[in-house]
Design a protein around this ligand. Structure first.
Ligand SMILES: O=P(O)(O)OC[C@H]1O[C@](O)(CO)[C@@H](O)[C@@H]1O
Length: 554
């Protein structure tokens, strides 16, 4: 493998900054977090950043001041700041799709100027936001009525991937801000059970379908939308004319929307410079906006923007997304960490990690660099996790005492959402005691001597010992507000960006999802009986044949 990429950039693991980190890692071997804290009583406070409403404690990481300096040197050598500025300027940094990457424009203030191909995109962003707000207000007030004149009581968002995970996650996160008399559901799976369960107790006359698809060609979404249309028209005993009052579209593809039968007056537009997994603050957030109201939605956008500005302007030593990105590069590159856990201590964040899985894994799950050459360093980790205390009684055992290094983010809030939801059971301090205890246990563990001092029989000492030294980030905010949600999401978006920049991969394409789609299209006619089974490998052919037999088609 050559030292240089085809564009004359030194390959990541041939950089002197990479080598310096490797050497430093060897020197750190055997250093325990216990030692680092003992050597520096101020460590906890020194290794804390503030970004907007977020307090970020990174003291429980396997790093010294020197590590952080070396990591920042690596960021400088790989020109993270240059790529960041190019992104904010609207340059086409998604090179394999020849597209700008401008989700940051979706939350830019009205007077901002951000150009793509010489055109300022900000006025169009705000025009769509205003159109969304007017529509959301009409639905919320009952002014928008269905075909029979009844107001809308149910909103069903149909979309998948970025057209589902973002709004579905944010709807859960901000449930305390939603109206209880409006049902909002999300359908994504092409398994008909998803749509069936979502609509079976709904009155079609009171139901609005929001069909969310950037391309409007995604088979799962088009199939679900078609079935939903049949359900609606059958239920209403009405013809195609009923569709206009019960279907709206969120898309970049007006032609396909029209073909489907949705009036383009009821289409909310976005643009090819918004990646699917970066899109829920675009028109894709319409269902969320209907649920929480336009004012709350705008608060969320302000939260995003606050972190965008932080990422764009904060010096490297204080730049939170840069720091989080670098820590991931450190563990993947020099500790061979394969995964990264995100563990929220808020029930409302139950879908947050699932959302981050697409954001991170679809962005950075790549094995060739921007020049198309294979990488020989770790890229994106497996991202996983569920709300904290549930995980404690499931997989935390492995994090504490297993053989794998799993860096983890702990996310918690000082003020319970019960402040907003009268009557919610007041258990917040217990939840947060667990939150603080876990990162403490992971970092410091319990030595064999400490175990012995408790009178534990010698043969059980190894079993009850906790090695500790497990790295964690703690993110603490006052309360889970719309703005804080925006801040959190932007923090992770930019962390993913930093890592992609350092690994020299295109974080904004997703070619890896294509093959399965093409093969499914080929296999479907074989399952239903019209297609020939030729060309299938013996395993797939056998499975397809077994399926056909079980369906009585052989
Ligand atoms: O919004 P669309 O075009 O229906 O695409 C849905 C999802 O499919 C993907 O293209 C591939 O999974 C995602 O990137 C995207 O979020």
């Amino acid at each position: 493998m050559s030292e240089m990429t085809t564009e004359g950039r030194t390959r990541l693991n041939r950089l002197p900054e990479w080598a310096a980190l490797g050497k430093h890692r060897e020197q750190l071997a055997g250093t325990h977090l216990r030692d680092l804290f003992a050597a520096d009583p101020e460590r906890g406070t020194r290794h804390t950043l503030r970004v907007g409403d977020l307090l970020l404690d990174h003291s429980k990481h396997l790093v010294t001041d020197e590590t952080l300096e070396l990591l920042r040197d690596l960021a400088a050598a790989t020109d993270v700041a240059g790529l960041r500025d190019a992104m904010f300027r609207g340059e086409k940094i998604n090179t394999t799709e020849d597209r700008a990457v401008l989700h940051t424009a979706l939350r830019a203030p009205r007077d901002a100027v951000i150009e793509v191909d010489g055109e300022n995109v900000v006025p169009a962003v705000h025009a769509v936001l205003d159109k969304m707000a007017a529509f959301a207000d009409k639905v919320r007030s009952g002014e928008w009525t269905g075909h029979t004149g009844k107001p809308i009581k149910n909103v069903v968002n149909i979309g998948i991937g970025g057209s589902d995970l973002g709004p579905a996650m944010a709807y859960e996160v901000l449930r305390a801000y939603t109206r209880r008399d409006l049902t909002v559901r999300f359908v994504s799976n092409v398994d008909g059970a998803d749509l069936h369960e979502a609509v079976r107790d709904l009155d079609p006359a009171e139901t609005l379908f929001v069909v969310a698809s950037k391309t409007f060609t995604t088979i799962e979404t088009v199939t679900n939308a078609t079935s939903a249309r049949t359900w609606l028209l059958t239920g209403l005993k009405a013809g195609q004319e009923a569709v206009a009052k019960h279907f709206v579209a969120l898309s970049t593809n007006a032609e396909r929307v029209e073909e489907f039968g949705i009036d383009t007056a009821n289409m909310f537009e976005f643009w090819d410079w918004v990646g699917g997994r970066y899109s829920y603050d675009s028109a894709i957030g319409l269902s969320l906006m209907i649920a929480i109201g336009p004012d709350r939605f705008r608060e969320m956008l302000d939260g995003f923007h606050l972190v965008d500005e932080h990422f764009r302007t904060a010096p490297p030593e204080e730049n939170a997304p840069l720091l989080l990105g670098l820590l991931g590069v450190w563990y993947g590159g020099f500790f061979d960490a394969q995964s990264h856990a995100v563990l929220p201590y808020s029930h409302y964040l139950s879908k947050f990690t699932a959302y981050l899985q697409q954001l991170d894994m679809e962005s950075n799950g790549k094995s060739v660099d921007r020049q198309g050459e294979p990488v020989d360093w770790q890229t994106g980790p497996v991202v996983w996790g569920t709300p904290g205390t549930n995980g404690q009684h499931a997989y935390y055992q492995l994090i504490h005492q297993g053989t794998k290094l799993i860096p983890a983010d702990f996310i918690g809030f000082a003020r319970p959402v019960e402040d907003l939801t009268p009557g919610l059971v007041p258990q917040h301090d217990l939840l947060m005691a667990n939150f603080f205890a876990q990162t403490q246990a992971l970092a410091f563990g319990k030595t064999p001597d400490e175990v012995r001092a408790e009178g534990v029989p010698e043969e059980l000492v190894p079993h009850k010992t906790f090695a500790g030294n497990h790295p964690t980030t703690t993110l603490l905010a006052d309360a889970l507000t719309p703005s804080v949600l925006g801040q959190l999401v932007a923090l992770y978006e930019h962390k993913v960006f930093v890592q992609g920049a350092i690994w020299n991969i295109d974080s904004f394409d997703q070619w890896g999802v294509e093959l399965g789609k093409v093969l499914a299209k080929r296999i479907e006619p074989v399952l239903t009986g019209d297609g020939a089974a030729e060309g299938l490998d013996s395993s797939t052919a056998g499975l397809v044949s077994a399926y056909r037999a079980l369906r009585g088609r052989e």
